[in-house]
Design a protein around this ligand. Structure first.
Ligand SMILES: Nc1ncnc2c1ncn2[C@@H]1O[C@H](COP(=O)(O)OP(=O)(O)OP(=O)(O)O)[C@@H](O)[C@H]1O
Length: 478
């Protein structure tokens, strides 16, 4: 699932930690002890993420980083360093490194940061292929659709990709805004440069400003060192701002200035930073109405939407529903080890009668549930879960907290020294399936309820091997 390269002259402890967090054989963790060996491995194999020590015997970590960037600027690099070398790590982020970790590395942080790096790399490299004819075999990156509205989307992507202008993608939740953003990026002149994404709705306002623009040491309580924001880190690349309609007004002015002048100041700093970033934004909100009623800056709306791509909801895609259902059944069938090759006419009728408020993501979830019940090579209506248009109203029965208390008691007795992490894992095993069930498998809503980024939720489900009754991601498969 993840291929991680550790470049470190004294790698034993860290390599063990990485292998613990990303165990083989599902994952591959490799070690290079010198900068030269590390660069050679990146050239030969393009790992999903590189963990790079700042001090190496043959050259500095920053030099190795520059060599990796020159080979492929899309390989996410995370620095590991002693805290004394924080300045160099900050400089590395200014030049485009994804993040940095301090030795000794905290296991939970290691898992989170590498998990994010792998996800960032996947977004850049997994091809987003626009197609009217679903492929028989693909890695999951096909954007399937042949209805007139989707053909217009394909044309729009073709037209706008080569122009270096801002793009606004609109559409209901789960209609494919992120995959279309990736398709635009991959067909653009910046395709060999980084593509970073940020969900503006998932991060609280003060953190969002720092996440986007960075901050100086002492900018606020807890800002113990300079932080480089996405706009600086992504210089030369493309930034995908998801849920832009939820960006607070105060930040909108700062974003407008970046769009107009390509400059900004880090939070709490006076230095003007220049950046060259293409912005692709997305929202499920009606920004035009928001601009008219003053909840979104009209001038920013016009700047962001120099070019707009609208994704139709699934219920307006006509026969694409059948096309998508057959494509997903084959794709997820393979992943779930079910040899189902078609969907019966009656099952398709049931799918057509439903309004799909969660769009393609909900369709994926429903078909995966059906596949788990499937016998034979054709999906029948009886295998489909109940398709209700009623929104969820109440949480399922109370969580079994007694089990959690018992677990904590037992681990205390066993002398655990990582009880905080262990108890959180146990809690998540209870919490996440319940919330996923509550939102009927909609990860976007679930992440919102939990107050975490969707990537974080997705990663946590994967780490804990949780297969909720409602699922919506292929790699949640057992
Ligand atoms: N045309 C398509 N063909 C096949 N799969 C698609 C298509 N569009 C989207 N998907 C899949 O549907 C799921 C949801 O897509 P995506 O995350 O891009 O939606 P979104 O509009 O960004 O959602 P949200 O608003 O909730 O962030 C993903 O698994 C994506 O791969």
């Amino acid at each position: 699932m993840a291929h991680v390269l550790l470049i470190d002259d004294d790698p034993e402890l860290l390599a063990d930690q990485v292998r613990h967090a990303f165990p083989p054989p599902a994952n591959r963790v490799e070690v290079a002890r010198t900068g030269a060996e590390g660069v050679a491995r990146v050239r030969a194999e393009r790992p999903d993420a590189v963990l790079l020590d700042l001090r190496l015997p043959d050259r500095t970590g920053l030099e190795v980083f520059e060599e990796i960037r020159a080979l492929d600027a899309r390989v996410p690099v995370v620095f590991v360093t002693l805290s004394k070398a924080a300045d160099a790590a900050i400089e590395a982020m200014r030049r485009g490194a994804l993040d940095y970790l301090f030795k000794p590395v905290d296991p939970a942080q290691l898992r989170r940061v590498i998990g994010e790096a792998v996800e960032v790399g996947r977004r850049m490299r997994e091809p987003a292929v626009l197609t009217e004819t679903p492929p028989d075999e693909d890695g999951g990156g096909a954007i399937v659709g042949a209805c007139p509205a989707m053909r217009e989307v394909y044309k729009a992507v073709g037209r706008v990709s080569a122009q270096d202008v801002a793009v606004l993608i609109t559409g209901e939740s789960g209609t494919g805004k992120e995959v279309i953003a990736r398709a635009i990026y991959q067909h653009s002149k910046r395709a060999d440069k980084p593509f970073l994404a940020l969900n503006c709705a998932a991060i609280p306002e003060p953190l969002l400003e720092s996440e986007l623009f960075g901050h100086e040491k002492g900018a606020f309580t807890g800002a113990d060192r300079r932080r480089i924001g996405r706009f600086e880190q992504c210089n030369g690349g493309t930034l995908f701002l998801d849920e832009i309609g939820d960006m607070p007004l105060a930040l909108q002015s700062k974003l407008l200035r970046v769009l107009q002048e390509q400059t900004f100041e880090r939070v709490g700093g006076g230095e003007t930073v220049t950046t060259d970033v293409r912005i692709i934004s997305a929202t499920h909100r009606d920004l035009k109405t928001r601009a008219a009623d003053g909840t979104f800056r009209a001038d920013l709306y016009y700047r962001l939407g120099v070019f707009t791509v609208h994704l139709p909801p699934l219920r307006e895609r006509g026969d694409d529903l059948a096309l998508l259902a057959r494509y997903y059944v084959r794709r997820f069938g393979r992943e779930l080890g079910r040899d189902v090759r078609d969907v019966s006419a009656e099952a398709l009728d049931r799918l057509r009668a439903y309004s799909w408020p969660g769009n393609l993501r909900e369709l994926q979830s429903v078909l995966k549930q059906a596949l788990l019940r499937a016998v034979g090579s054709v999906l029948l209506p009886t295998m489909l879960p109940e398709l209700s248009t009623e929104p969820p109203t109440a949480l399922p029965p109370a969580a079994p907290t007694a089990g959690l208390a018992e677990f904590i008691g037992r681990r205390l007795g066993e002398g655990s020294e990582s009880l905080h992490e262990e108890a959180h894992r146990e809690l998540d095993k209870i919490l996440l399936p319940l919330v996923m069930e509550y939102t009927r498998g909609n990860q976007f809503q679930a992440a919102k309820v939990l107050g975490v980024a969707r990537q974080t939720l997705r990663r946590r489900l994967r780490e804990l091997q949780i297969v909720p009754r409602f699922t919506d991601e292929p790699d949640d498969a057992p």
